[in-house]
Design a protein around this ligand. Structure first.
Ligand SMILES: [Zn+2]
Length: 568
């Protein structure tokens, strides 16, 4: 492709609304554009990257024996009513009506659709197992679309569904998909971890997430450097002995703490470490008000908390200031577990139980209680683990210390069991002619999100560094001065030779200043580079890769060989 003809609308400055590096670079490199919040368009270079990622995903899924289909994004409400998810998805679902008033959604996922499809098409155990997938746009009306392609409202996804005769078959299919994912993410060159996931509203019991490790990611994961333990922060068990204290339990005592509210302020006021304080947090669900006690230097994990309460995480809300005042007579910062109304359900994380003589709010403005203890005469429920794991906690698998990092979820796999086949009454006939529900799984890969995750992992301050396998073009020939005939001739010669050998190659034949050409060459991140400059008359060029940027002067023929060799 001649860059003089290429539609590549690059931008010099960072776009103002871009919050992550991948979004900045993709927009600046003229690869994507935002239409409205969370909705993106792909320019020629960006579209080529997208197609390359799609191709790798497709090749590996096909190689594993999965079959590609394509369903509609438009799904009728009835399907979702059967699983109960029309309501469960809530405002995250894009809903619309046809001219006759029939309701539809733009598919955020396709479990109901595929289950219903198979129910009508497949009826014998002889046709099982079956794994089918599609690569298609999905729609989710995110409350706050962000991070460019990482959390958009329209995104390209690969979703696969397996249909098996029994649990054993489902687990086998799960492992097949897992292996295929490992091949895909290895091929893409990702630094990633496979973690136990939280099944959220998918409804299964076992799930795993494939997380690309990057500092800009929104998923928090805990992992061990010593063994293969890894889990999302939503489920990572917090194991610690930091709060195991022994010694005499002292008499509880009220102390004046004028205007001392936060754990930080308490820490300074008492000159005691933060872990000597206990936070009492007030939440409400539709049914009740809950006070939950955790160590002062820890954070409550809402997913674990909601599981303990057996409610959906979205249905838990913090109390507002006026509600706190009505309930306790004090304000945030002075709330404690003693003297709460009987209607309040009191729960403590198990670590609080092992603490000795800690400090809590007195439910009175400007007062705290010291020497508090959870003793036998103090009624409260104990939850084993409601805390976020943090660096230095103990690995549940090997006992070493864990680490925490952020990442981007690029794939997930779920064992669904018979949840959807039961809800939609999808059955097959077994050997004895008896109707049985399918055992299912669903498995996603965020195809467009992968682009952003790759840029997060592969860039420097000059721009993107595409891995060869997804690069929009593999090589670029830069003619330093397009007005110089010798440079132009040699550039064309190299370009034509590479093109004839089947290499996806760009030639920068634009009448731009050399500085512009060089900086854009770095920005768009083409992996293999040949610069034709002042030694064109001797057939000497500069060869480098985008990754290490080390320039070598070699002959044009050698440079061509280098490119071909790199692509072998
Ligand atoms: Zn470990």
């Amino acid at each position: 492709m001649r860059m003089s003809k290429l539609y590549m609308p690059t931008i010099k400055e960072d776009p103002t609304n871009a919050d992550v590096i991948s979004n900045k670079l993709l927009v600046r490199a003229g690869m994507v554009r935002q239409l409205v919040s969370g909705v993106y368009s792909y320019m020629p270079l960006g579209n080529r990257v997208l197609k390359n990622v799609e191709r790798i995903v497709r090749e590996e899924q096909d190689a594993a024996g999965f079959q590609e289909v394509l369903m509609s994004a438009l799904q009728p409400r009835e399907l979702w009513e059967q699983s109960g998810r029309w309501a469960d998805f809530g405002p995250e679902m894009f809903k619309l009506e046809d001219r006759k008033g029939r309701e539809f959604c733009l598919g955020p996922t396709h479990e109901e659709y595929f289950t219903n499809f198979i129910k009508n098409e497949l009826n014998s155990y002889k046709q099982l197992p079956l794994i089918i997938y599609q690569i298609q746009n999905k729609y989710r009306d995110e409350r706050r679309p962000r991070a460019g392609l990482i959390r958009g409202r329209e995104f390209l996804m690969k979703d696969a569904y397996n249909f098996d005769a029994d649990e054993e078959g489902m687990i086998k299919s799960y492992e097949l998909v897992w292996d295929s994912y490992v091949k895909i993410f290895d091929r893409l060159g990702f630094d990633y971890k496979v973690v136990q996931g939280d099944s959220g509203n998918m409804g299964g019991k076992v799930s795993h997430e494939f997380i690309a490790i990057t500092s800009g990611g929104e998923a928090q994961i805990a992992y061990c450097k010593n063994c293969d333990f890894a889990a999302t922060d939503e489920v990572a068990e917090c194991i610690t002995d930091e709060y195991n204290e022994t010694g005499d339990k002292l008499e509880i005592e009220k102390v004046s703490t004028p205007n001392v509210k936060t754990i930080q302020e308490l820490n300074e006021y008492f000159d005691l470490p933060k872990k000597k304080f206990v936070k009492t947090l007030l939440y409400k669900t539709e049914e009740e008000v809950i006070a939950v006690m955790i160590p002062g230097d820890r954070e409550l994990n809402l997913v674990k908390f909601s599981k303990f309460l057996n409610v959906h995480p979205d249905s838990i809300e913090m109390l507002e200031e006026h509600e706190i005042n009505k309930l306790t007579g004090s304000y945030l910062g002075f709330v404690g577990p003693f003297g709460l109304k009987e209607s309040v359900r009191l729960i403590a994380d198990s670590r609080v139980k092992s603490m000795n003589n800690f400090i809590v709010g007195a439910n009175e403005i400007d007062y705290h209680l010291k020497n508090a203890n959870i003793s036998d005469d103090f009624e409260c429920e104990i939850a084993n683990d409601l805390l976020n794991a943090r660096v230095g906690d103990i690995c549940p698998s090997c006992g070493e210390k864990i680490d925490i990092n952020t990442g981007i979820e690029v794939g997930n796999i779920f064992q669904l069991g018979t949840k959807y086949s039961t809800a939609l009454d999808a059955t097959y006939l077994d050997k004895n002619g008896k109707a049985q529900h399918f055992w299912m799984g669903s498995h996603g890969i965020g195809v467009s999100r992968i682009i952003a995750a790759l840029v997060e992992q592969n860039h420097d301050d000059r721009g993107i560094i595409w891995p060869l396998c997804v690069a929009p073009y593999k090589a670029i020939v830069t003619v330093v001065n397009s007005k110089n005939q010798e440079m132009t001739d040699l550039g064309n010669e190299i370009y034509e030779t590479l093109k004839n050998k089947g290499v996806e190659v760009l030639i920068d034949d634009r009448k731009e200043r050399a500085g512009v050409k060089f900086s854009e060459m770095d920005l768009i991140g083409i992996p293999l580079r040949i610069v034709v400059g002042r030694k064109a008359n001797e057939k000497i060029v500069e060869y480098s890769t985008r990754k290490d940027m080390e320039k070598e002067e070699i002959t044009s023929n050698e440079a061509i060989e280098r490119v071909l060799k790199a692509l072998e």
